[in-house]
Ligand binder design. Structure first.
Ligand code: BGC
Length: 425
């Protein structure tokens, strides 16, 4: 693990070597104020791109040079493939959007920088909620800076469309099914969905939480308990997934998540089940929460957590190291947390901020998060890489997508799920 801060390890090492060897080395090129940073991320949809460009602007205002490396593809699977090849080639980007156990996996490979000095100077121990601190530290050292807190278990709805079909806001999956049938009868697409494995997995985990509750979710998708995976509740989950399959339009396959959000925005569809990055799309289209769109906690009692972090990779050169320091400091700063999260649809990762200026959905998210922490019903998102290693998530996604796109029975899918997870572990 390379130390990012505390005087530039790269430069002082070089000077020390030169002294030992009795050589005169040219003074290192002075780093630009702010330094330079290359950021690999998958924030390419409307609201996401606006949010990332707010970070770029703040970084450049500090005198830094920003090199943008976006890799399109919701959920980040394409970005992770790109990252792996950059690291193998010995040319990692300076900062990378990462989450959950992946942060630990990269840290264990010894290719990330240590951010302890900056964390100490900026008092991260006080600024971060305990739940995020454990995500961004490895063996007691800070290796990442958290950007946001996203909630995954949201139901987005177009109230004008619901009214057309005389549909009330559902609070259970049975009510959701009834509402969806009513929309269908009016010729409206009940559920806007994009058939991509990570989106299928997002539906799946929201249904697991909704039908099983937080304790079942934890047993099945965090502890990967075989009995929970093979039990009756999981059979019911796949039954509900089959119902949901009947509520999507025939062109759902491969559709990007933001295009599905657009279907709710323009009244083609009634609902979308998606994390609150979808809110960035509604806001970007000038829509007002509570009036033009509704953010409803999906049926279930809990909170599915997803949090993006920026991990600084081990790069060489004073200019790049300075850039990493500037970026890490900015990201947890109050100004960035406010601007970025307002555009992105998330809430701040930094504790103690006044959310009075945030919209009603963000305020609900914050209130529900606080309740979930108190009730021990906060659960990490499996689909968004907060819960299990990538290999296990991949196995779960394969099963869920195969079931969604076939006539496999729920009993078969459950056996398939438990067997695949056992193999992937
Ligand atoms: C990320 C979000 C992103 C979403 C869609 C999630 O996994 O955490 O930041 O907006 O994927 O790409």
């Amino acid at each position: 693990m390379r130390k990012t801060t505390g005087g530039g390890f790269g430069v002082s090492c070089l000077s020390a070597l030169a002294l030992v060897a009795g050589l005169a080395i040219a003074a290192p090129k002075p780093a630009a104020a702010g330094g330079s940073v290359e950021v690999l991320h998958w924030w390419t949809a409307g609201g996401e791109a606006k949010a990332v460009s707010a970070l770029k602007d703040q970084f450049e205002a500090e005198g830094g040079t920003w090199i943008d490396s976006p890799v399109a593809g919701g959920g980040g699977d394409a970005a992770m493939t790109a990252l792996r090849s950059r690291v193998i080639a010995g040319n990692p980007p300076s900062a990378v959007q990462l989450k959950g156990p992946s942060i630990q996996e990269w840290a264990a490979e010894g290719v990330v920088a240590n951010l302890d000095d900056i964390a100490k100077a900026e008092n991260w121990d006080k600024l971060l909620p305990a739940l995020l601190k454990s995500v961004v530290t490895y063996e007691g050292h800070y290796v990442a800076v958290p950007v946001n807190i996203h909630r995954v278990d949201w139901l987005w709805a177009n109230p004008a469309v619901l009214a057309k079909a005389g549909v009330a806001v559902p609070t259970t999956w049975d009510e959701f099914n009834t509402a969806a049938e009513a929309l269908k009868a009016k010729g409206i697409i009940p559920l806007a969905h994009g058939g991509q494995p990570w989106q299928d997995a997002t539906l799946f985990e929201v249904v697991v939480l909704g039908l099983g509750g937080p304790a079942f979710y934890h047993k099945a998708l965090v502890e990967l308990d075989d009995a929970a995976l093979r039990g009756d509740t999981m059979v019911k989950v796949f039954d509900q997934m089959r119902r949901l399959r009947g509520f999507v339009d025939p062109n759902f396959s491969g559709r990007d998540w933001n295009l599905a959000t657009a279907m709710v925005i323009n009244g083609e569809a009634g609902f979308q089940i998606m994390g609150d990055w979808a809110k960035g799309e509604f806001l970007g289209a000038g829509k007002v929460p509570g009036k033009d769109f509704l953010c409803i906690a999906a049926p279930g009692k809990g909170f599915l957590l997803n949090s993006d972090s920026l991990v600084m990779f081990d790069v060489k050169g004073a200019d790049k190291i300075e850039g990493q320091k500037t970026l890490a400091r900015l990201v947890l700063g109050e100004t960035f947390q406010r601007t970025f999260n307002t555009l992105k649809g998330s809430i701040p990762a930094r504790q103690g901020m006044d959310l009075a200026d945030f919209d009603a959905c963000a305020q609900k998210s914050q209130a529900d998060l606080t309740k979930a922490i108190a009730a021990d019903s906060l659960e990490p998102s499996m689909a968004h890489e907060m819960a299990v290693p990538r290999s296990v998530r991949g196995a779960i996604m394969d099963v869920v997508t195969a079931h969604f796109n076939s006539s496999e029975s729920s009993a078969e899918a459950v056996a398939h799920l438990a067997d695949s997870i056992a193999q992937a572990r």
